[in-house]
Design a protein around this ligand. Sequence first.
Ligand code: 9UX
Length: 72
Amino acid sequence: GVASESFAVEGMTCAACVGRVERALGKVDGVVGASVNLATERASVQYLPGTVSPAELHAAVREAGYEVPQAP
Ligand code: 9UX
């Protein structure tokens, strides 16, 4: 089935940042949906859990130039 992961994304300052993060997530194999909210600074991703892991989703956002803070 499809799993969902929601996590904080920091460093987005304009609306185009949202598109950049959504594109970066959407390119990852196993991602079936991604939406990013600039106001809440959160990404919500639907993915195939056998194909990609939350850590890989976070890494894709970081590689696109944004920050995913570590959970405390
Ligand atoms: Mo807007 Mo975001 O000019 O990396 S795209 S700040």
